[in-house]
Design a protein around this ligand. Structure first.
Ligand SMILES: [Zn+2]
Length: 279
């Protein structure tokens, strides 16, 4: 079996990417909010919000755009820094970034769209169909979308700023996207070649480590079957069990090494592997 770069799984291009997760927002929450059916041992389980970046010798690719002040206010989230400020901490200028992969179109992943005026946006066909079609007549499915952001993406289609993908496709050598579905109909994950092998940015196909590790879906879900089956796909795509990075888990900032001095609790290097062997 070969991947989209023509390489065998388990090998990759002759160079690797640095992969960063940078926190830009947070909210207080309870364990019972994060699992279908609740949790018998309820208690605090805060949520972090991240922007990710892949930095290679030839290109930098940003993954998702975060949200802005309006969504933070409307939805009661704490924006601790803008995504532009978050990326600047690791030396990336959002204003000139050329490539952005959008895992899906929920407000917390596309709401920072305007901070990337020079970018092309990589998106699954099915996510655009989902975000503009019949499911959006249902409040349950549209709740996590902000309609103005979806409209921004539609306008971007007409100015050649959206690159559509259908299933599993290469974005660049050593970087591919993979349709998973479940959380939204067209959510995709990002697979990137690092010095430790293939790493998978799971985004909201698993909000927390616990969702996929204990087999309990997050309650914001379009197709629970696709979400549950997707966890096996994430493990297949990654070279190590610790190389699947969930979308909103504060543990990410504890388990991976700090990206640069002074960025403790803010930014980590995912390509260097976990700080601790397990846990
Ligand atoms: Zn999210």
């Amino acid at each position: 079996m070969t991947d989209m770069t023509g390489e065998q799984f388990g090998s990759g291009p002759p160079y690797s990417y640095e992969v960063y997760a940078v926190k830009y927002a947070e909210r207080d929450a309870l364990r019972s909010e994060h699992f279908v059916g609740g949790d018998p041992h309820d208690g605090p389980m805060p949520m972090d919000y991240y922007v990710w970046a892949l930095v290679g010798p030839a290109r930098t690719i940003v993954v998702d755009t975060g949200f802005g002040a309006a969504d933070a206010e409307a939805r009661g989230r704490r924006l601790v820094r803008t995504v532009t400020e978050a990326l600047a901490l690791i030396g990336i200028d959002a204003g000139t970034a050329a490539e952005v992969i959008l895992t899906h179109l929920h407000y917390d992943h596309v709401g920072g769209f305007a901070q990337f005026p020079a970018a092309r946006f990589h998106l699954q066909d099915r996510e655009m169909a989902f975000a503009t079609g019949r499911p959006m007549t249902r409040p349950f499915f549209r709740h996590s979308f902000t309609a103005a952001h979806v409209a921004d993406l539609v306008l971007a289609v007409h100015t050649d700023r959206v690159v559509f993908h259908d299933g599993d496709e290469a974005v660049a050598p050593g970087v591919s996207v993979h349709l998973i579905g479940g959380h939204t109909d067209g959510i995709q994950v990002v697979r990137v070649w690092t010095e430790r092998g293939w790493l998978v940015l799971a985004s909201d196909t698993s909000h927390y480590y616990e969702n996929m590790e204990t087999g309990r879906p997050f309650p914001i879900v379009f197709d629970a079957g696709a979400m549950i089956e997707g966890w096996d796909r994430l493990r297949e795509l990654a070279d190590h069990p610790d190389a699947v990075v969930p979308g909103h888990d504060p543990l990410v900032l504890e388990r991976y090494p700090v990206a640069r001095p002074g960025l403790d609790g803010i930014a980590v290097r995912l390509d260097r592997g976990r700080v601790e062997a397990a846990g």
